[in-house]
Design a protein around this ligand. Structure first.
Ligand SMILES: NC(=O)c1ccc[n+]([C@@H]2O[C@H](COP(=O)([O-])OP(=O)(O)OC[C@H]3O[C@@H](n4cnc5c(N)ncnc54)[C@H](O)[C@@H]3O)[C@@H](O)[C@H]2O)c1
Ligand SMILES: [Zn+2]
Length: 364
């Protein structure tokens, strides 16, 4: 098992990563002062529940914890106020009190939803992340929790750090291949922004990674969480540095919105977005080799690197203009300076982006 600490003063917490570690969940909870005295609520989705819920419940109950659970439908639409209200109902009915804990067993959807429920129930109770996707290396660390509004994603939320992240690689073995590949796009993003050596290691171990070989996966998730934790420790509330984690996300979010949520997976959209960011960087004089390395690696992971033809360029541009990063005619983009190094560039013009978006469609 590997251990990291997210360093946030009194809100610091450990990330534990390893094969089979959720079997010892009760020991890890009691190490964090979470005791069986109050009932505990597990929030999960129907896919994850079918594979992993009973075992986790059994481990908790064997340790004397009283558990109840709430299972949402898998997918982004469950990140809603309606689901939040349901969780609060279940929590009240089960008698959760201020010492209770909510356990998020699932990917980013469950983590964001359950985390926001914990942030709001009785003005905030503790919560624990048990991530079950690769993408969740990102969502489970850093305390951003939210649900969606009909008009926009993640706009009803809070910063609420978990007490513990328990990342059991055994739980990831049941992931569908497409989610594996999309998750790795977000993992490689961490390397592209801050760690060239990690990108090289990742590239050298790609076959083992795609096969979800446990020790290789453990190392990959550890390094990705380490990079995320470092950034979050320095800028918990995204006043500056944390923005760099958005590499590929400006174009990516626009593509997700135009394609319709769920058509392109989040990791797939940012895969395309990262290639776009590298090409934009060329407009500022950086080497084409950054684009080539980025594109080749994402292609080998099995992620898309071009924009599907049917997505309308005007609609993509429109979605980009709605992005909160648009100010005074210029867009803010995270651009690679090299592999493992990025800048926050506030000088990108609409025309430059349009050229890149058009180009990414032609390449298909
Ligand atoms: N809070 C943050 O900082 C942050 C960061 C990045 C992304 N996010 C959010 O994360 C969400 C995306 O996360 P995601 O990609 O993990 O999506 P997800 O939670 O929807 O999981 C993807 C799919 O995999 C299934 N699944 C999950 N674990 C599984 C397992 N072990 N075996 C089989 N199937 C499994 C799920 O049921 C779902 O169908 C988005 O809502 C995004 O906004 C949040
Ligand atoms: Zn992301």
């Amino acid at each position: 098992m590997r251990k990291l600490t997210v360093d946030l003063g009194e809100r610091s917490y450990p990330i534990l990563i390893g094969q089979g570690i959720s079997e010892q969940i009760t020991r890890h909870l009691s190490d964090r002062g979470i005791l069986p005295s109050s009932p505990l609520l597990i929030v999960t989705d129907d896919n994850v529940a079918s594979f992993h819920l009973q075992k986790l419940k059994a481990a908790l109950e064997a340790g004397g914890y009283r558990t109840c659970d709430f299972i949402v439908s898998a997918g982004e639409t469950s990140k809603s106020l309606a689901m939040l209200e349901e969780i609060i109902r279940v929590a009240l009915e089960a008698g959760l009190d201020r010492n209770s804990v909510i356990v998020a067993l699932g990917g980013g959807v469950v983590g964001d939803l359950a985390g926001f429920a914990a942030a709001s129930y009785m003005r905030g109770i503790r919560f624990v992340q048990v991530p079950t996707t690769i993408l969740a290396h990102d969502s489970s660390v850093g305390g951003k929790v939210a649900v969606n509004h009909r008009l926009a994603k993640n706009v009803i939320g809070a910063f609420h750090q978990p007490e513990l992240v328990l990342y059991d690689t055994a739980l990831l073995q049941t992931l569908p291949p497409r989610d594996v590949r999309a998750g790795f796009a977000e993992v490689i993003k961490e390397g592209l922004i801050l760690d060239k050596e990690y990108v090289e290691w990742f590239s050298d171990h790609l076959d083992a990674l795609l096969a979800l070989d446990p020790p290789t996966l453990e190392k990959a998730l550890f390094e990705a969480c380490r990079i995320k934790a470092e950034v979050v420790s320095q800028d918990e509330r995204e006043n500056g540095l944390r923005e760099i984690l958005n590499l590929g996300h400006t174009i990516g979010h626009a593509l997700e919105a135009v394609a319709g949520y769920g058509t392109l997976l989040h990791g797939e959209a940012i895969s395309i977005g990262m290639v776009g960011a590298a090409q934009l960087s060329e407009e500022f004089g950086r080497s084409q080799s950054i684009t080539d390395t980025t594109r080749d690696l994402l292609k080998r992971i099995g992620c898309p690197v071009t924009i599907p033809r049917e997505l309308d360029t005007d609609a993509i541009m429109e979605a980009l203009m709605h992005d909160k990063k648009f100010r005074e005619g210029k867009l803010t983009f995270i651009l690679p300076l090299d592999i493992g190094r990025v800048e926050i560039n506030k000088q990108v013009t609409k025309e430059q982006v349009r050229r890149i978006v058009d180009g990414l469609k032609q390449e298909e």
